[in-house]
Design a protein around this ligand. Structure first.
Ligand code: AMP
Ligand code: ZN
Length: 112
């Protein structure tokens, strides 16, 4: 079985596991985090499977830039363009799903 066949976020992108869609286009999908850490907490994923942000940056830097643009557009709608963008990378940094995802935290003033 390939890595992506066993991947929670690949299944969400494929519609095999339900999610609350926030945005989608040909290469990216954004959905609400099931356990929000801010008033608005969205995850943005590339449709193609990469394990982490470094793999994505190496294989497809334009897609990483695209994810940053999608984050900005979500925050423009939700909170005058202010947001925090986080890529947890590695088990010891709290990464639990090994399909790269940007956490977009916005919708309210965030703690420093
Ligand atoms: P990380 O810990 O950086 O790998 O982030 C994984 C995130 O995925 C966590 O914030 C979880 O709350 C979130 N998550 C896990 N399962 C789901 C799901 N089925 N739908 C939406 N978000 C999820
Ligand atoms: Zn995946």
């Amino acid at each position: 079985m390939s890595e992506s066949q066993d991947c929670l976020f690949c299944k969400i992108i494929a519609g095999e596991i339900p999610s609350t869609k926030v945005y989608e286009d040909e290469t990216a999908y954004a959905f609400k985090d099931i356990n929000p850490k801010a008033k608005v907490h969205v995850l943005i994923v590339p449709r193609r499977h990469y394990a982490n942000v470094a793999e994505l940056a190496k294989a497809d830097p334009a897609e990483l830039a695209h994810i940053a643009e999608v984050a900005q557009s979500i925050a423009d709608k939700e909170f005058h363009g202010a947001y925090r963008l986080v890529f947890n990378t590695g088990l010891d940094a709290g990464q639990t799903v090994f399909h790269v995802h940007a956490h977009v935290l916005t919708g309210e003033k965030l703690d420093e």
